[in-house]
Design a protein around this ligand. Structure first.
Ligand SMILES: C[S@@+](CC[C@H](N)C(=O)[O-])C[C@H]1O[C@@H](n2cnc3c(N)ncnc32)[C@H](O)[C@@H]1O
Length: 270
C-alpha cells in the first residue's frame, strides 16, 4: 500500500476522523469505552471517578447546577457528575454509546442526545460545559472555534467551560510514530471480519497536524481507508481562541488527575 500524500487543502474535508457515528463501528468501539484493560476511547473507571470528583469539588459544590457534556460517549461521567442534585445533558453522535448511556444512566435529571456537536443545538443555559478526553483536537480549526462559540452561548453568565486538550507533544508523537501493520484475525475495531490494517502516520509541521491513514484490507480483496486528523493546539493558541469567542479567566490546571502527561485541562468562564 503506497503512502498517500497529504493534501493540506483537503485535510479537514469529508470523513477526517474515525467513524464514531457509524452504527456498526460505534457498537465495536463501545466495548473499548467500557473495557477496564486500557484507556482507549474512555479512561478506566478509577480515572473517571477521580476526574468527576475534581470537577464536582471545584465547579459543582454550590447547590443545583446544569451541566452539558460534549462528546459524552457512553455517559460514564453522567451519574458521577450529576449525583441526585444536578441536571446533566450529554451529546454524542455515536448511536451505540447514546443507547448504552440511556439504558444505563438514564434518569429524569440526566438526558442523552444523539447529535453532532458541530450542528446540534446545545440548549441551555448551563452552569458548566465540559468536553473531555482530547476530542476538541480532532475538529478542524473552524469547527473547533464554532464549538467553543456555541459553548459560550449556551453558558449562563458566570458559567464555566472545561476543555481537556491533547498536548502538542502528544499530537506530534502520533504523527511521527513508525508506520504499523496489524492483523485482526477474528475482527477488530474496523470490522467484525478478519482484516489487515496498515497505518501510515504523517506529521504536518506547517499546520501542526498529525494525520493517520488506516488502510483496512479484508481477505476477499475489499479495501477501505479511514483517516484520523488531529490538530496540535498550544496553550497560548487555545487561550487566544477562547478569548476571541468571549471567554475570560482562562486557566490551566496542573492538578487535573490524568494517568499520563498527554492531556491537560483548561478552564474558561463567561
Ligand atoms: C475519546 S471519546 C471520549 C468520550 C467521553 N468524553 C469519555 O471521556 O468517556 C470521544 C467521543 O466524542 C464523540 N464525538 C466525536 N465527534 C463528535 C461529534 N462531531 N459530535 C458528537 N460527538 C462526537 C465520539 O463519538 C466519542 O464518544
Amino acid at each position: 500500500m503506497p503512502r498517500l500524500i497529504p493534501d493540506l487543502r483537503t485535510l479537514w474535508d469529508g470523513e477526517h476522523k474515525i467513524p464514531w457515528n457509524d452504527p456498526a463501528f460505534s457498537a465495536r468501539i463501545l466495548k473499548e469505552h467500557l473495557s477496564q484493560d486500557h484507556d482507549l476511547a474512555s479512561r478506566k473507571q478509577q480515572t473517571i471517578e477521580a476526574q468527576a470528583e475534581w470537577i464536582r469539588s471545584r465547579y459543582l459544590a454550590d447547590g443545583p447546577s446544569s451541566i452539558l457534556d460534549l462528546g459524552c460517549g457512553p455517559g460514564l461521567y453522567a451519574t458521577l457528575l450529576a449525583g441526585d442534585i444536578h441536571r446533566y445533558v450529554g451529546i454524542d453522535f455515536s448511536p451505540a454509546s447514546i443507547d448504552y448511556a440511556c439504558q444505563t444512566f438514564g434518569h429524569a435529571q440526566r438526558e442523552f442526545r444523539l447529535g453532532n456537536v458541530v450542528d446540534a443545538p446545545f440548549g441551555g443555559p448551563y452552569d458548566l460545559v465540559v468536553m473531555l478526553y482530547g476530542e476538541l483536537n480532532v475538529f478542524s480549526p473552524k469547527d473547533c472555534r464554532l464549538i467553543l462559540s456555541k459553548a459560550y452561548e449556551a453558558l449562563a453568565p458566570g458559567g464555566c467551560l472545561l476543555i481537556e486538550r491533547q498536548v502538542s507533544a502528544a499530537v506530534k508523537a502520533v504523527g511521527t510514530a513508525p508506520d504499523t501493520q496489524t492483523q485482526a484475525d477474528s475482527g477488530g475495531l474496523f470490522s467484525d471480519e478478519s482484516y489487515v490494517c496498515i497505518t501510515h502516520n504523517h506529521w504536518l509541521e506547517d499546520v501542526a497536524v498529525s494525520l493517520q491513514h488506516f488502510h483496512v484490507a479484508h481477505y476477499d480483496g475489499r479495501m477501505k481507508t479511514y483517516r484520523s486528523t488531529t490538530k496540535a493546539w498550544t496553550a497560548g493558541e487555545m487561550e487566544s481562541m477562547l478569548g476571541e469567542v468571549g471567554f475570560s479567566s482562562v486557566a490551566s490546571h496542573d492538578d487535573w488527575p490524568v494517568p499520563d502527561e498527554w492531556l491537560t485541562l483548561m478552564s474558561a468562564c463567561k
